[in-house]
Design a protein around this ligand. Structure first.
Ligand code: IPE
Ligand code: IPE
Ligand code: MG
Length: 241
């Protein structure tokens, strides 16, 4: 689908717990199935020509969940990175993990660093995975890094964005989010990419994340292609009015 070319798509992958509970399974089983859905979507996104895909995998507030669930999620994330990196190299998908690293277990940090190192030269799609991520925290941390001398008054949006990228261990050329998808029926941002979504098109679906596949991604992209993005301006055709 050519409309997807060069898009930055971000996804709040929500609904794993409810997916499992509806089947009488523990919430962690939902996360296992959620990880499988990630595989499918990453491949479909790369095939569709999406330039950047940012996935919300674990929020800073998710530390507040029961420790059994947090442990299961941390193990899954490490496993995902270890197993999927080779496939990403084969498909030329660059992996980058955004969010804090100082609260992650050392083995997960090593897996992140290894994935980023091995895929650094990949250029077909940029896959960013948000782990221990809080947009408010990133913005505050970037503000703390503004140089004290000659800093604030001359600071441009681009300069602030490069500080934000540094905070998130991201690369600076990611660009704003074009389309934000949230599965699981909730219509909120839950502290995800607040800065980057300034003009993002929002797409909410009731489908729970483990049930979100290629067809659902295509439906979201088709919906996006019908949107009229104005960025505060008027369209050329309406200018004379
Ligand atoms: C999203 O699914 C995955 C994470 C937040 C890690 P949830 O675990 O939030 O699933 P629900 O919303 O409780 O169904
Ligand atoms: C947002 O989902 C975080 C991720 C999908 C990783 P949550 O389930 O944590 O968000 P709330 O609690 O519904 O806002
Ligand atoms: Mg949820």
């Amino acid at each position: 689908m050519s409309a997807a070319l060069s898009l930055h798509v971000a996804i709040i992958m929500d609904g794993n717990g409810r997916w499992a509970q509806r089947r009488g399974m523990p919430r962690s089983a939902g996360h296992v199935h959620g990880a499988k859905a990630v595989n499918g979507i990453v491949e479909a996104a790369a095939q569709t020509g999406i330039r950047t895909l940012t996935l919300y995998a674990f929020s800073a507030d998710n530390w507040g969940r029961p420790s059994l669930e947090v442990d299961a999620l941390m193990r899954l994330l490490q496993r995902y990175l270890t197993i999927e990196t080779r496939q990403c190299v084969e498909q030329s998908i660059r992996i980058n993990v955004i969010g804090r690293r100082d609260r992650l277990r050392p083995s997960l940090v090593r897996a992140i660093e290894q994935s980023e190192r091995l895929t650094a030269a990949c250029s077909r799609m940029h896959l960013r995975i948000a782990i221990d991520y809080s947009s408010q925290h990133s913005i505050l941390e970037a503000a703390r890094r503004v140089p004290r001398h000659g800093g604030l008054s001359a600071l441009s949006i681009e300069e602030f964005e490069s500080l934000l990228a540094q905070v998130d261990h991201s690369v600076a050329d990611t660009g704003a989010v074009d389309l934000l998808i949230r599965t699981g029926g909730e219509q909120r941002l839950s502290d995800f990419l607040l800065w980057d979504c300034a003009y993002a098109e929002l797409y909410f679906t009731d489908r729970l994340w483990p049930d979100f596949g290629e067809a659902e991604l295509k439906a979201a992209l088709a919906d996006y292609s019908r949107r009229q993005r104005r960025f505060g301006k008027v369209l050329a055709a309406a200018e004379t009015g």
